[in-house]
Design a protein around this ligand. Structure first.
Ligand SMILES: Nc1ncnc2c1ncn2[C@@H]1O[C@H](COP(=O)(O)OP(=O)(O)OP(=O)(O)O)[C@@H](O)[C@H]1O
Length: 279
């Protein structure tokens, strides 16, 4: 269980990015974090694992009070919290397997990580994870030879390799096409449910959030202004989060996207039917 209470972040510049944010995330719950640019989504994600230092409030992960740990103990928190990034953050010249094993770095002694000699149990776990994310045929490929969707699957497997108690996911689909984005979101949600992992996904695509997550938190100017299931995210709630003008623009863009998706789906279906008749 992740419990955030009265979390505040004031940057040295004076910007108050988080103004008393409180909520809990239960095991297996995937929370989609939405809000306009500058609402504080990244600050929140980064305060949870203390990449950014909160200036008030608390973050507790199960038995651990993250905000009370000294600087030297941060490795302990980072080990418990898996991160999945927008740009995948893979080591390009390493193989898929090596990238996944790097998720174990917080656990293995330095000399082992330096020589990249991991215990067999870690290698077995990495194989199982790569199988789960659909990459068992790509284990020995270099990361730079993969597609965007495959790269994000490696990112997911790497985060899971550290056996985290919480997943923080930062714009996981921002560099992906719509179909791959849906596959990646579905995979993240399924895996969290299978492992009863709590997760927070910073996601700017409201439609995608609605489609996959069970709970949405809307931030505006550093405050939670919506917390509920996707069905409750009606026009009034979206206006509260984004403001009248922004939401109207987003809705127009979303309608266009939906039309594009429908056109792509129709094209794909026609193509598949044609391939079937040729086969
Ligand atoms: N390093 C920093 N120093 C000073 N102010 C910052 C810093 N990082 C963020 N801020 C400010 O904090 C507020 C919240 O920013 P944050 O990046 O958390 O929002 P966001 O919702 O993630 O936005 P986006 O969707 O554009 O990434 C903004 O006013 C921003 O200018």
């Amino acid at each position: 269980m992740l419990t955030i209470e009265a979390l505040e972040k004031r940057y040295k510049t004076g910007d108050l990015a988080l103004r008393g944010v409180s909520f809990s995330v239960a095991p297996g719950d995937v929370v989609g974090l939405i809000g306009p640019s500058g609402a504080g989504k990244s600050s929140l994600i980064r305060c949870i694992n203390r990449l950014v230092e909160p200036t008030g409030g608390s973050v507790r992960l199960n038995d651990l009070d993250v905000t009370k740990l000294g600087r030297g103990e941060l490795r302990k928190v980072r080990r418990r919290i898996g991160m999945i990034f927008q740009e995948f953050a893979l080591v390009e010249r390493l193989t898929v397997m090596e990238n996944v094993l790097s998720g174990r770095l917080g656990y293995v002694p330095f000399w082992r990580s330096f020589t990249r000699r991991y215990p067999q149990a870690d290698v077995d776990t990495a194989f199982a994870l790569l199988d789960r994310v659909g990459l068992s045929d790509h284990v020995d490929k270099r990361a730079d030879a993969l597609s965007g969707g495959q790269r994000q699957r490696v990112g997911i497997a790497r985060a899971l390799a550290q056996n985290p108690e919480l997943l923080l996911v930062d714009e996981p689909t921002a560099s992906l096409d719509p179909k791959t984005s849906r596959q990646i979101m579905r995979l993240i949600v399924e895996i969290c449910q299978e492992r009863t992992l709590p997760a927070i996904v910073n996601i700017h695509d409201v439609m995608l959030a609605r489609m996959f997550v069970g709970r949405i938190i809307g931030l505006r100017a550093g405050e939670v202004v919506f917390d509920g299931p996707p069905e409750a995210l009606d026009d009034a709630a979206l206006t509260r989060i984004y403001g009248e003008e922004d939401w109207t623009q987003m809705r127009a863009a979303a309608d266009e996207d939906a039309e594009d998706s429908a056109a792509v789906a129709a094209f794909e279906q026609a193509r598949d039917e044609r391939l079937e008749t040729l086969a």
